[in-house]
Design a protein around this ligand. Structure first.
Ligand code: SF4
Length: 399
């Protein structure tokens, strides 16, 4: 796809710009967690860097195990998230798909709306780089969000603004923030439309492509470059739909994926599912970035609201409802859950979710045991056997 080339260029320019800023000090650099509110950073012209995105790059380039081993040799337990272990290993050794490793942060922004790991991870980074860290604490949503929780997180957004003013030495410009919020909303709208093209049958791309195209909405959300890229991708996908170009030839089964990708297995898994005419048309992971909506007229409150309600900060009953919504929207015949050893908040409860989905929708479910970047816990042969049995179940339901 021509958009793949455009995306590689966009991401290369982004990391090159950050490396230049690291060298000449022309801009501040902040490392931020994947669920962190990035829009205030763009409003202050700070370059956001995502160690989790880097962790995915380590996984896809098959460098993660070596970097995890470095962290384990430093005393970090193998049970900890492999993004954390890979990141620490890379920070220490400077080995990375990015020459010289990630540009050094001037400060750190951690938001615990995705997990508790990031709190400790960023404390380690803060000591390692000797830079300040700002933590945003978002209470978990059990059934509904409380007014106390909304007020608590909104107050932290104001403190976040104060922290940025201190770090950057310039006042926070609310008008500029409103513009970034508009750009962010437009980016999220475009990403949603990109994913929606997979409602077509046959689907023009699979979730393996969506995993690849996710980079800009995570790292550049709130910028015009991001929106320009997704306008191009959307146009290309609409062309594919109009011309009947399918991700999987003779699409027979439409499946939904849960949890992070298995980054080192994207191609083999994509080819294996395709060989059975099975297309993974949607996933809960990339949809997580189709949810953030900031109201430019009410920026701090809406920032607090949308970043508190993200997918990993809600209980499994709400998750199951969202999954049922995706199954119906994408007309999925089956549900594939990656039980991810690294990501406990995503994986605990998956067996309950699988049971709920099976009972409520009747579609078959499959659990694949793996880790998003630590290949040592993945058995390709076992996954293949389970996938083959799952396809047989799907086939028997058709007859
Ligand atoms: S535990 Fe999960 S949510 Fe937390 S950093 Fe690791 S992959 Fe991300």
């Amino acid at each position: 796809m021509r958009s793949a080339k455009a995306m590689r260029q966009l991401m290369t320019d982004y990391y090159t710009g950050a490396k230049i800023a690291e060298a000449d000090g022309s801009k501040k650099i902040a490392w931020i967690t994947s669920g962190g509110p990035v829009e205030p950073l763009h409003a202050m012209d700070v370059i956001p860097i995502y160690p989790e995105n880097h962790g995915a790059m380590l996984g896809a380039s098959r460098m993660s195990v070596d970097m995890c081993q470095v962290a384990e040799d430093m005393g970090y337990a193998r049970d900890l998230c492999s993004y954390f272990r890979g990141d620490i290993g890379s920070a220490v050794t400077k080995q990375s798909p990015i020459p010289g490793g990630l540009p050094k942060p001037d400060f750190l922004i951690a938001c615990n709306n995705i997990c508790g790991t990031v709190t400790k991870w960023y404390e380690v980074l803060s000591r390692f780089f000797d830079v300040p860290m700002f933590l945003i604490d978002t209470p978990f949503i059990h059934q509904t969000k409380t007014t106390q929780s909304a007020a608590y997180v909104t107050a932290q957004m104001q403190e976040y603004v104060d922290f940025l003013e201190q770090q950057c030495g310039t006042p926070f410009d609310m008008d500029r923030f409103g513009e970034v919020a508009q750009l962010s909303m437009e980016g999220v709208r475009l990403w949603n439309k990109v994913l929606s093209t997979c409602e077509n049958s046959p689907s023009p791309i699979s979730c393996f492509d969506a995993f690849f195209f996710l980079g800009p909405i995570v790292t550049l959300r709130g910028t015009e470059e991001n929106n320009e890229f997704y306008r191009g991708l959307l146009a290309e996908l609409e062309e594919r739909v109009a011309e009947g170009i399918a991700a999987v030839d003779n699409e027979k089964y439409r499946l939904l994926w849960d949890n992070l990708p298995i980054w080192y297995q994207l191609r083999p898994l994509s080819e294996l599912f395709s060989s059975y005419g099975a297309c993974l048309v949607a996933d809960t992971y990339t949809n997580a970035w189709a949810r953030q909506r900031i109201d430019p007229d009410n920026p701090l409150e809406s920032l607090a609201e949308c970043y508190t309600q993200i997918y990993l900060n809600i209980d499994i009953e709400i998750m199951a409802e969202e999954i049922k919504g995706l199954i119906s929207r994408y007309k999925a015949d089956g549900f594939v859950l990656h039980s991810n050893r690294s990501c406990k908040p995503y994986s605990l409860g998956q067996y309950d979710i699988a049971r709920m989905i099976q009972e409520d929708t009747g579609i078959p479910t499959l659990v694949i045991e793996a880790d998003m970047t630590d290949e040592r816990v993945y058995s390709e042969a076992q996954a293949k056997t389970r996938i083959e049995a799952f396809i047989e179940t799907l086939e028997s339901k058709r007859q």
